[in-house]
Design a protein around this ligand. Structure first.
Ligand code: PEP
Ligand code: MN
Length: 263
């Protein structure tokens, strides 16, 4: 494949490069930031296992307005504490441009979620600030629509975009939550210089299916992975079914290191 670029993220532990010739950067953590103990503990555990970034939602895009919506601003403070305690870079989602400044004060990478992939006003705003952007693929977005969404960020002046495949809607949602489209790896390589992340957690919706899909993504030359990890998945406030325990994550990281460089 042709040349492609790297995104360099400044984390407390130093710069982490995501992209060509670099080890696979792994982002791990809970779907939602629930309390200080769980986020700090998870941060330490995933770091020890080799993750470079901690993920955790403060503002959650839930299908139901009655479902847990995230702890918002107070969760950002907990992410700051976990960042400090672990040295990991922080990745968290913005849903409302009005929250961008306070999210940017804590996050090292700003996530735009699948449901906002074509929120063009939001894309222009994240393009006008200087933190790297993780742009998730909309669940029904074509590759061209996804690349044009990335173009909004680039055109607004921010060249630091990572594309994240998180599964798409297909006709059979019975056994997996989404269909993880790993064919984006060779396709995107032929179309764009931007680095790629694969999220087998949202891609499959089931923790048992995460290890093999993570391995497949590495075999297909992904630049990075996003894996949901929760200290007690059965009690998680969101996405417990697809979350690995820290022990399981540690095991997966060991297995992945046999296939490719993850740390
Ligand atoms: C998430 O990362 O927790 C999330 C909500 O992801 P997506 O936008 O891919 O559904
Ligand atoms: Mn989630």
């Amino acid at each position: 494949h042709g040349e492609y670029s790297e995104v360099i993220v400044n984390t407390p532990d130093g710069p982490v490069s995501v992209g060509k010739h670099h080890p696979v950067a792994v982002v791990a953590g809970p779907c939602s930031v629930e309390n200080e103990e769980m986020i700090v503990e998870t941060a330490k555990r995933v770091k020890a296992a080799g993750a470079k970034f901690l993920r955790g939602g403060a503002y959650k895009p839930r299908t139901s307005p009655y479902a847990f919506q995230g702890h918002g601003e107070s969760a950002l403070e907990l992410l700051a504490a976990a960042r400090e305690a672990s040295g990991l870079g922080i990745i968290t989602e913005v849903m409302d441009a009005a929250d961008l400044d306070k999210i940017g004060a804590v996050a090292d990478v700003i996530q735009v979620g699948a449901r906002n992939m074509q929120n063009f006003a939001l894309l222009k705003k994240v393009g006008a600030q200087d933190k790297p952007v993780l742009l998730k693929r909309g669940m029904s977005a074509t590759i061209d629509e996804w690349l044009m969404a990335a173009e909004y960020v680039l055109a607004a002046g921010n060249p630091q975009v990572i594309l994240c495949e998180r599964g798409i809607r297909t006709f059979d949602g019975k056994y997996t939550r989404n269909t993880l489209d790993l064919s984006v790896l060779p396709v995107l390589r032929s179309l764009t210089h931007l680095p790629i992340m694969i999220d087998p957690s949202h891609g499959t919706g089931k923790s048992d299916y995460v290890p093999s899909m993570a391995a497949a993504a590495i075999a297909a030359d992904t630049d990075s992975l996003m894996i949901e990890v929760h200290p007690n998945p059965a009690k998680a406030l969101s996405d417990g079914a697809q979350s690995l325990t820290p022990d399981k994550f540690d095991r997966v990281m060991r297995d992945l290191s046999i296939i490719g460089k993850t740390v």
